[in-house]
Write a protein that binds this ligand. Structure first.
Ligand code: GLY
Ligand code: MN
Ligand code: MN
Length: 434
């Protein structure tokens, strides 16, 4: 499908004040050890507006200019460096392949930018994007000021681009949804593959390998975040990423793993029995979490406030924990005093998109915002019963369950991006038993 980068820049142009210039910098390269960098990943805001993937780049958008509305500063072509580090588009490619009206060497940015910003009353820049761009902008404005007596007019306002851009990114275009569905499909295949592979005695990292294989094999070059593969008590540690313990017969394993495909994330958790059969206690906990998952998703409707899904999850989880004797007292008291939080200590989910915890405000004017068509989110209730918890019967200890799916709000309700990841007890057991 045709890319929408220029359409996005036009949409953005309508949302900023007149006489504005918009500046976004690329992500920087991060060194891992000598001569070896972390895999480069372009900044999401930068990519969203340009599609340009090279580091040491910067875009300048000037909607009110007749020419040179969209400028890319980028690295120069360099045959020697390209032999070592890979192809560069250079300025010519930035124009021909990425639709820039003009392109200049990144080495000349300090020299050219003051001239290019002259006459723009407002400068928008992404505070959430990297590279210390704010201090560079201050230098460029300082250079314009030096020429005021010669008639130069420095910009008057420095403004954050983030709220405007993040609102755009929050509502997904059809093209973005197609990519996200593809990411979700790859992640679905990975979870099924892992469920079929798991067996007692395997190490958590070996199960992780099944995910990485399925991601890469299907064109997703990396996970969207560090995969969490926790067996037994490790399933209760929310950000467990050591993934180095042995998976034991009788334990559950919780896997929170999703791929990034063409800059879009998927984020799916499944919890399954290492030996293929849930124990009665594991089944009880799983059933409660699944019910919370189901009832929370019913709240994911256009016009409903974001918070309703979370409140529903708390209600269902508390009812379940009370029925098992893991909580005592009244439902109201447990909710009001947050007594459930030793078992459920995170919220129901988050926006999902180019970033796994995607951009976009959750509140507007102090109140939870309403859901709208095109918003993509995770739903991920869980119950975690750490070994070390006091006043808990031993039979529950070391059980951690989270069930996480990705949904998109549509006209009439919502749709799963991940409908086919085994979810019910029967589906999960059947898949693991293979
Ligand atoms: N994988 C991170 C999360 O579920 O939020
Ligand atoms: Mn997750
Ligand atoms: Mn998540």
């Amino acid at each position: 499908m045709k890319n929408n980068f220029s359409e996005r820049r036009s949409n953005l142009a309508h949302k900023v004040l007149d006489d504005s210039a918009i500046i976004v910098a690329s992500a920087s390269v991060k060194s891992r050890i000598s001569d070896t960098d972390y895999a480069y990943r372009q900044d999401s805001n930068f990519y969203y507006l340009s599609g340009y993937e090279e580091p040491e780049s910067l875009i300048l958008i000037r909607p009110n200019h007749d020419n040179e509305k969209f400028i890319i500063f980028c690295r120069d072509r360099d045959p020697l460096r390209e032999q070592w580090d890979g192809f560069r588009t250079g300025q010519e490619g930035a124009i021909s392949e990425y639709g820039a009206d003009a392109s200049y060497s990144i080495n000349s940015v300090d020299q050219l930018m003051p001239e290019l910003l002259k006459g723009s009353k407002n400068i928008y820049f992404s505070m959430s994007s990297p590279c210390g761009i704010d201090s560079k902008i201050n230098h460029w404005i300082e250079d314009i000021r030096k020429n005021m007596r010669a008639g130069a007019e420095p910009p008057e306002n420095l403004l954050s681009l983030d709220s405007i851009l993040h609102e755009m990114r929050l509502i997904k275009e059809d093209r973005e949804l197609d990519i996200m569905k593809h990411a979700a499909d790859i992640t679905t295949e990975a979870h099924i593959r892992a469920m079929q592979a798991v067996t007692p005695g395997m190490f958590e990292y070996q199960l992780e390998a099944e995910y990485l294989y399925a991601f890469n094999k299907n064109g997703a070059r990396s996970p969207a975040y560090n995969s969490i593969v926790g067996g037994g008590n490790n399933s209760c540690i929310l950000h467990y990423v050591e993934n180095n313990a042995e998976l034991k017969d009788g334990d559950l394993v919780l896997v929170d793993a999703g791929c990034e495909y063409q800059y879009y994330a998927s984020d799916v958790t499944r919890t399954f029995p290492v030996n293929g059969k849930f124990s009665p206690e594991q089944k009880e906990i799983y059933t409660i979490v699944l019910e919370a998952h189901k009832q929370s998703i019913e709240q994911a409707q256009p016009g409903n406030k974001w918070n309703l899904m979370h409140e529903k999850s708390v209600e269902v989880l508390v009812e379940g924990l009370l029925s098992l004797g893991l909580l005592n007292g009244s439902k109201e008291e447990n909710i009001e005093k947050g007594l459930y939080s030793k078992f459920y200590m995170h919220r129901i989910g988050h926006w999902l998109g180019m970033d796994v915890h995607d951009v976009g405000a959750y509140k507007k004017d102090g109140d939870w915002r309403e859901l709208e068509k095109g918003m993509v989110m995770t739903i991920e209730p869980g119950i975690y019963i750490l070994d070390s918890l006091k006043d808990v019967d031993d039979k529950w200890k070391g059980i951690g369950v989270r069930i996480e799916d990705n949904i998109v709000i549509n006209d009439s309700g919502n749709e799963f991006l991940t409908p086919d990841v085994p979810r019910t007890i029967e589906e999960v057991e059947q898949t693991v038993q293979g």
